[in-house]
Ligand binder design. Structure first.
Ligand code: G6P
Ligand code: MG
Length: 218
């Protein structure tokens, strides 16, 4: 089967916003009287805003009303927006620009697959909106990762089948989403964490499109 499209997660793959999500959630947890570790945060990556909040509250042993939860999620998002407000194209992760030029030369289509409702704004800030043929974000899906919806919708919008797609993900939930969607998944991070990925690399910086295509096409 030949590969026709690359589907990219945003936070932690294209731009290092994963750290800002973590900082904002940590601040919220601290205000509620407990802490969240980096290890715990691995389980939040790729998970929607409200589901992340539910996991954090369960971690702190708190049960709150829906009204209070909405208030806390809004507060976290305000802190997150403050953190990302100064971002520019300088914040694009190493290797992304080179990798995208190889993607275009190879004639592949591209889609963004992020459950973040802030994804379109982040893409605008870093000047990468036009790098994607399709953009699926948190406002276009009903189920977050690890459900495959965000990636199967991307494939559908590009007019390709899941087996013709490669997913790039930094999150455990995102890798699972790609695998459940029937796609080849490149995990960006540690092989000890991203155990379900078909191929793992620390960063896009040391990967080439040819290498990915060779591994995904067999
Ligand atoms: C991405 C991030 C998560 C974040 C989610 C929702 O998947 O990896 O950390 O919780 O998007 O983001 P949002 O910007 O809508 O709160
Ligand atoms: Mg991510």
């Amino acid at each position: 089967m030949s590969i026709k499209a690359f589907l990219f997660d945003l936070d932690g793959v294209i731009v290092d916003t994963a750290i800002y999500h973590y900082q904002a959630w940590k601040r919220l947890a601290n205000e509620l009287g407990f802490d969240i570790s980096e290890e715990f945060n691995e389980g939040l990556k790729g998970v929607s805003r409200m589901e992340s909040l539910d996991l954090i509250l369960a971690h702190g042993g708190l049960t709150l009303s829906e009204e209070k939860k909405t208030e806390l999620a809004t507060q976290k998002n305000q802190w997150y927006l403050e953190l990302v407000s100064r971002m520019t194209s300088d914040d694009i992760l190493p290797g992304v620009a080179t990798f995208f030029s190889q993607v275009r030369k190879a004639g592949l289509q591209t889609a963004l697959g992020s459950v973040s409702k802030n994804a379109p704004m982040i893409l605008e800030r870093i000047g990468m909106t036009n790098a994607f043929d399709a953009i699926i974000d948190g406002t276009k899906i009903s189920k977050g990762k690890p459900d495959p919806e965000v990636f199967t919708k991307g494939a559908a919008e590009l007019g390709v089948s899941p087996v013709e797609c490669v997913v790039f993900e930094d999150a455990v939930a995102g890798v699972e989403a790609g695998k459940r969607g029937g796609m080849f998944v490149v995990g960006l991070g540690s092989p000890d964490v991203l155990t379900q990925a078909d191929l793992v690399s620390p960063s896009l910086d040391i990967l080439t499109v040819d290498e990915v295509l060779a591994k995904a096409s067999v």
